[in-house]
Design a protein around this ligand. Structure first.
Ligand code: C2E
Ligand code: MG
Ligand code: MG
Ligand code: MG
Length: 281
């Protein structure tokens, strides 16, 4: 496996190797032991329904506390884990951990777990997910898997088969970072997604850019016509929330409602949500 090769060939002062390549190799090597050394944990970020004003669920987001470097961003280490193959073991750990923790929550909220395209391409993905649910006892209806289009473009038939099996278990599936990458209308129409997550880059530009706002509007219209709820990522301000409400967005997630946080602070988050926007039901 690529991972073993890469791990064994780690060399700290190979002449000619540039600093960033050396650092990547070191991170790849360190990542192989991160789970067993207890350096990884999950944080949870609330997702809020704009229709009912209630908490819709939480997205699990992976954090790595490196013993020397401190916090390493998943944006930096997930691509490395994908390159080495380590993401397969890591992703299974994430799923199991998220299911175990969600089972212990006081409420029945959904937990959304990110799946890497590399994981999605594993032939035993469906069996792995089934086994984790059985083992942890989390009801399938409380699990949502987030995938990006990168996961499905290489083999659409296989991906469709896979998604149908996952949905057949009662798990829901969201398409993440929609609008970036290879997003196509065809994909949306032919895959049974339960949610579209508009990438945060659009909302971030929505106030300054008429185009970004037009894209948000178009995705919402698309969701409406295909009858798929749309969640906007990256809501940081009240005025961004107003834009989403005006456009009829179904759900939202972002620092405005709560940063990714430890499970024990879930109740605090819920209280904060209600303070900002009292539940109107
Ligand atoms: P994502 O799945 O699109 O997750 C949303 C990212 O946006 C998270 O970054 C979250 O902390 C950040 N975010 C949420 N609200 C706001 C906001 O209001 N403003 C801004 N600026 N950012 C916001 P994070 O946690 O750094 O994760 C980055 C990416 O790393 C994720 O993007 C996902 O693609 C990947 N990732 C994280 N955890 C996992 C995991 O367990 N497995 C896999 N395969 N990928 C993961
Ligand atoms: Mg996500
Ligand atoms: Mg996203
Ligand atoms: Mg992403």
């Amino acid at each position: 496996r690529a991972k073993a090769t890469l791990g064994e060939s780690v060399c700290f002062f190979e002449p000619g190797m540039d600093e960033s390549a050396r650092q990547r190799r070191q991170l790849a090597a360190d990542l192989r032991h991160a789970v067993e050394r207890g350096e990884l944990r999950l944080l949870y970020q609330p997702q809020r329904s704009l229709r009912t004003g209630t908490l819709a669920g939480y997205e699990a987001l992976l954090r790595w506390q490196h013993p020397v470097r401190g916090a390493v961003s998943p944006a930096d280490f997930i691509p490395i884990a994908e390159e080495t193959g380590e993401i397969i073991a890591l992703g299974e750990w994430v799923l199991r951990q998220a299911c175990i923790e969600a089972r212990g929550w006081p409420g029945e909220e959904k937990v959304a777990v990110n799946l890497s395209p590399v994981q999605f391409l594993q032939p035993d993905l469906v069996e792995m997910v089934r086994a984790v649910l059985l083992e942890t006892g989390l009801p399938a209806r409380r699990l949502e898997l987030e995938i990006t289009e990168t996961a499905i473009i290489s083999d659409k038939l296989r991906a469709l088969h896979c998604l149908r099996q996952i949905k057949g278990m009662g798990i829901s599936v969201a398409i993440d970072d929609f609008g970036t990458g290879y997003s196509s209308l065809d994909t949306l129409q032919s895959f049974p997604f339960d949610k579209i997550k508009i990438d945060k880059s659009f909302l971030m530009r929505s106030e300054g850019s008429a185009q970004a706002r037009a894209i948000i509007r178009a995705v919402l219209a698309l969701g409406k016509s295909l009858d798929i709820p749309v969640l906007a990522e990256g809501v940081e301000t009240e005025s961004q929330l107003r834009v989403l409400e005006a456009e009829g967005c179904d759900e939202a997630q972002g620092y405005y409602f709560g940063r990714p946080a430890e499970a024990p602070s879930l109740e605090v988050t819920e209280t904060r949500l209600q303070k900002i926007h009292p539940v109107s039901l």
